[in-house]
Design a protein around this ligand. Structure first.
Ligand SMILES: [Zn+2]
Length: 309
C-alpha cells in the first residue's frame, strides 16, 4: 500500500507522520506558544519529515492547514490574525518539491479531519455528515451525498465556527461579530473568565484551557460551570446551524474537549430539541481517530481527483 507524509498544522502544535492506508506508522510533533509563524516552524518540520521519510519511497505529502486554502494552487489564501500570517501566499508546492522532492496536496484542517474519519473512522459508510472541531479555534466541514463540500473558492462548509450565534456578541478574529469561535474556543477563554462576576479557580490559572474549565466545573467551581455552560450553548448552536445548512445525518464532534463526557450528550439533546429535519434528527458522535484524523486523510486526499476540486 502506498505511503505518504502527512502534516497537520494546529493552533498550539504541528503534527507530522508517515501514513499508510489507515495506519500512522510514525508520528512527530512540534509544540509552540501562540502566536507563531510559518518561518519559525518550517526548519523543525523539514527535519522531522526527513526522518519520517527514511529510505522507503513515499508518494507525496499532504498538509492540513487551519485557514482558507486554495487546494488547486497549493497556497493558503487567508488565515486569521496571529495564526501563521506568513503562510498566506507561501508556495507550499514549490517548497515540497525543492526541500522534499515530493508533490504536495494542501487542504483545510477541518475538511481533512472529516475526510480521515469518513475513510477510516466514525463516518465509514456515511454519505451526509458535518464535522465540528473544538479547540484553539472552531473548525468545520461538510460531506453531502458522499462529496466534500468545497464551493467556488474552497471556503464552503469550513467556516462553521464563524456563523453568527449571538448577534450582539464580541468581535471575532475573522472580523464577524458573535461567531461561535469568538464565544467558545481556547482563545476566547480570557474574555469569558474576565466577565465572571466573582473570582474563582479559573482566575488563578496562568493559561486556562478548555480541559481545565471542564475539570473545574465537575469539581463544582461556579465560574467554571458558567464558562462551561456558555461554551456548550455556543457549540450546540454551531452544530445546529451546520445541520440546517447541510442536511446531515451525523454530526461528528472532534478536538480534545470532545472527549469531555458532557459535550456530545449536550449537543445531541439540543439538536434533538431544536432541529427542523425530515425524519430522525442527526446523530451526534465523537470522532474515532482523535488527533490522527487529519493525518490519515492523506490517502483519500491523494486518491481524490484534483481536477474535480
Ligand atoms: Zn469568526
Amino acid at each position: 500500500m502506498t505511503a505518504y507524509l502527512a502534516v497537520d498544522v494546529g493552533g498550539s502544535h504541528v503534527a507530522c507522520a508517515r501514513v499508510r492506508g489507515g495506519i500512522v506508522e510514525n508520528r512527530r510533533e512540534i509544540r509552540f506558544a501562540a502566536p507563531t509563524s510559518l518561518a519559525a516552524v518550517m526548519p523543525g518540520l523539514e527535519a522531522h519529515l526527513a526522518i519520517l521519510r527514511g529510505r522507503e519511497p513515499v508518494a507525496g505529502v499532504s498538509i492540513a492547514f487551519p485557514g482558507l486554502v486554495d487546494p488547486r494552487s497549493g497556497r493558503v489564501a487567508s488565515t486569521p490574525a496571529g495564526k501563521f500570517e506568513d503562510a498566506v501566499g507561501f508556495d507550499f508546492t514549490g517548497w515540497a518539491r525543492e526541500r522534499l522532492g515530493l508533490a504536495l496536496r494542501l487542504e483545510v484542517d477541518g475538511r481533512m479531519a472529516l475526510l480521515g474519519e469518513h475513510r477510516f473512522g466514525a463516518l465509514r459508510g456515511v454519505d451526509d455528515a458535518v464535522l465540528l472541531s473544538l479547540g484553539t479555534g472552531i473548525g468545520s466541514a461538510a460531506l453531502m451525498r458522499g462529496a466534500m463540500v468545497r464551493g467556488r473558492s474552497g471556503q464552503a462548509s469550513v467556516l462553521g465556527g464563524h456563523l453568527t450565534v449571538e448577534i450582539d456578541g464580541p468581535t471575532c478574529l475573522c472580523g464577524n461579530l458573535g461567531c461561535a469561535e469568538a464565544l467558545a474556543s481556547s482563545w476566547a477563554l480570557p474574555r469569558l473568565i474576565a466577565a465572571l462576576p466573582g473570582r474563582g479557580a479559573l482566575h488563578d490559572l496562568a493559561a486556562p484551557d478548555l480541559k481545565a474549565v471542564f475539570d473545574l466545573a465537575r469539581d463544582g467551581d461556579a465560574g467554571a460551570r458558567a464558562v462551561r455552560a456558555a461554551c456548550l450553548a455556543a457549540w450546540a448552536a454551531a452544530a445546529l446551524n451546520l445541520v440546517h445548512a447541510y442536511d446531515a445525518t451525523r454530526v461528528l464532534v472532534t478536538g480534545g474537549v470532545a472527549a469531555a463526557e458532557e459535550v456530545v450528550p449536550f449537543i445531541q439533546a439540543h439538536v434533538r430539541r431544536h432541529a427542523w429535519c425530515l425524519g430522525e434528527p442527526p446523530l451526534v458522535l465523537r470522532g474515532a481517530l482523535g488527533a490522527d484524523a487529519a493525518l490519515l486523510a492523506a490517502t483519500p486526499l491523494w486518491e481524490s481527483d484534483r481536477d474535480q476540486l
